[in-house]
Design a protein around this ligand. Structure first.
Ligand SMILES: [Zn+2]
Length: 189
């Protein structure tokens, strides 16, 4: 694997959250969670729980709600703005519906769902986010600020100042756009 390809991969289990957010590729207009079959395939490929039979539409919509709320949090990580209220509300609702709770066992304690299926998948994703917020890696998981991108990437830059998903692409496009806008403003005078 090339250095570029591994450059924006998140550490440990946080990579699963990054992959989950990136199931929707805005710039290519593809969405791996767009239907029951594709969603089930995505979950199964990662050993995550879905449904025994056809995934109910409500469950698919819940996964999409979690994904888009997480994307808003990652945009906030990037811009430095506070996380939007509607994103926090969505995550709290899903956490409640998944019956996410602390369970103790002989090895310690962990955040899990007492339900199966999509509930346990949502619980797993939110538990990873929670761990990441505690170990300090969360702030570096960002969504690209380009309006037509929003790709989730892990900021491996030394000073954590990465803004674009890929400096050779989105960064340059943003620079070109700013240049055009400046140029336009200049000509109007
Ligand atoms: Zn981008």
């Amino acid at each position: 694997m090339s250095v570029m390809a591994t450059n924006q991969i998140a550490p440990g289990r946080l990579e699963l959250v990054r992959e989950f957010v990136n199931t929707h590729e805005l710039d290519r207009h593809t969405d791996e969670l767009s239907g029951a079959a594709t969603t089930t395939r995505w979950l199964e490929a990662r050993g995550l729980s879905g449904a025994d039979g056809l995934l109910p539409e409500h469950d698919r919509e819940r996964l999409v709600a979690v994904r888009e709320a997480l994307r808003l949090l990652l945009l906030a990580n990037n811009s430095g703005d506070p996380a939007p209220e509607r994103a926090l509300r969505a995550l709290n609702e899903q956490s409640t519906e998944a019956a996410l709770g602390l369970r103790f066992d002989a090895d310690g304690a962990q955040l899990v769902s007492s339900c199966g299926g999509v509930d346990s998948t949502i619980a797993e994703l939110l538990a990873i986010v929670h761990d990441s917020m505690r170990d300090g890696t969360w702030q570096r998981l960002k969504a690209c600020l380009a309006d037509d991108c929003h790709w989730a990437f892990y900021d491996n830059s030394r000073n954590h100042s990465g803004t674009w998903c890929d400096m050779s692409d989105c960064g340059n496009r943003a620079k070109a756009r700013a240049y055009r806008e400046r140029h336009r403003a200049h000509r109007k005078r």
